[in-house]
Design a protein around this ligand. Structure first.
Ligand SMILES: NC(=O)c1ccc[n+]([C@@H]2O[C@H](COP(=O)([O-])OP(=O)(O)OC[C@H]3O[C@@H](n4cnc5c(N)ncnc54)[C@H](OP(=O)(O)O)[C@@H]3O)[C@@H](O)[C@H]2O)c1
Length: 303
């Protein structure tokens, strides 16, 4: 019998999608999160590993409050995104358990002018990106058999994300201003979960040395936050929902504590070649998942 997959950070967007999909696929997966398993406490991770006996660990826990990490959350972001993965990787190496760690496009500065390759230099612009870059380096340095999967612009029916915010605010306002000069690829947590389970199935129990390493996964195609919002409200209009007027603004007109990369698009050829994982277009995926997200926004509004 296959050993279970242990997922850290049980209630995050990607972790919930992993749990949902594992059930559908009949894969044994245990997700653990706070307060039972706090990645800041290596003892609680060790206890989780001892009790689950996983064949592979997926670290989906992270400090994801990008703007807060520029201020009061800076230390917490480093503890969770850099120090915790460092200790986790050492533990996985000692127990000979492969580790899949999730990272972000925010390790890049977005100035390359072309999609980023996995081995492009990391030049983070903000504390969150720097903490995630440090986490990646620590995982590589500890040297367990590992996969680092970078993704971007994640949305799902669960947790907080751009699609849900747009739908909520769109019901309250007649006009919304959205940044039109940051480019990326919207990525569904469901698609990330599918990619992670496919990768896990391939590498669990051993894989050729050259298969381990860093990969990019995101929806195919790119857009701006404004373009993303326009597509969200096109679908909302089709579903008979109120749609606000969208005003395109520049990043300069919408200053945030954390500077974001302007165009940190991820090249996804490597994961396609190595694992046969082909991401779908971001518009197709959004259209498919949209009704579930609308439902979840409605439920949360009445809760
Ligand atoms: N969201 C994005 O747009 C995006 C973009 C690129 C990359 N990523 C990466 O993708 C991964 C998954 O992101 P996500 O969107 O699923 O994040 P998320 O929805 O914000 O979830 C993060 C989860 O981590 C958990 N967590 C935080 N600190 C923890 C701790 N000390 N111990 C245990 N669990 C802890 C949180 O637990 P609580 O529920 O207890 O708070 C939360 O459930 C992360 O590595 C993130 O950096 C995300």
């Amino acid at each position: 019998m296959q050993k279970p997959i242990l997922v850290l950070g049980a209630r995050g967007q990607v972790a919930i999608a992993l749990q949902r999909l594992a059930k559908v696929r009949g894969i044994s997966l245990v997700a653990a999160g706070r307060p039972d398993l706090d990645v800041k406490d290596i003892g609680s991770i060790a206890a989780g590993i001892n009790s689950v006996g996983p064949g592979i660990v997926i670290n989906a826990a992270a400090y994801t409050a990008v703007d807060k990490a520029q201020g009061e959350g800076q230390e917490e972001a480093y503890t969770i995104n850099a120090e915790a993965p460092a200790r986790l990787a050492v533990l996985c190496k000692a127990n000979q358990i492969p580790l899949i760690h999730i990272s972000t496009d925010y390790v890049f500065d977005g100035l390359k002018g072309a999609p980023y390759l996995e081995d492009d230099e990391m030049v983070p612009l903000n504390n969150y990106g720097a903490s995630k870059a440090a986490g990646e380096m620590a995982v590589r340095a500890a040297g367990p058999e590992h996969i680092i999967l970078r993704t971007q612009w994640v949305y799902s029916p669960n947790g907080g994300n751009f699609v849900k915010t747009m739908l909520r605010v769109g019901q309250e306002r007649d006009e919304i201003s959205v940044v039109n000069d940051q480019i990326g690829s919207p990525t569904s947590a469901d698609e990330i979960a599918a990619a992670l389970l496919d990768v896990a199935a391939t590498v669990e129990g051993g894989a050729p040395a050259d298969l381990w390493g860093t990969y990019h996964f995101s929806g195919i195609g790119m857009t701006t936050w404004h373009g993303f919002a326009a597509e969200i409200f096109r679908l909302a209009g089709e579903a008979g929902m109120k749609t606000p007027k969208l005003k395109a603004i520049s990043t300069l007109e919408y200053p945030t504590p954390a500077v974001r990369p302007l165009a940190a698009v991820l090249a996804t050829d490597k994961i396609q070649q190595a694992f046969g994982i082909t991401p779908a277009s971001w518009e197709e995926t959004l259209a498919r998942i949209f009704p579930t997200i609308v439902e979840s926004v409605k439920v949360e509004a009445t809760a």
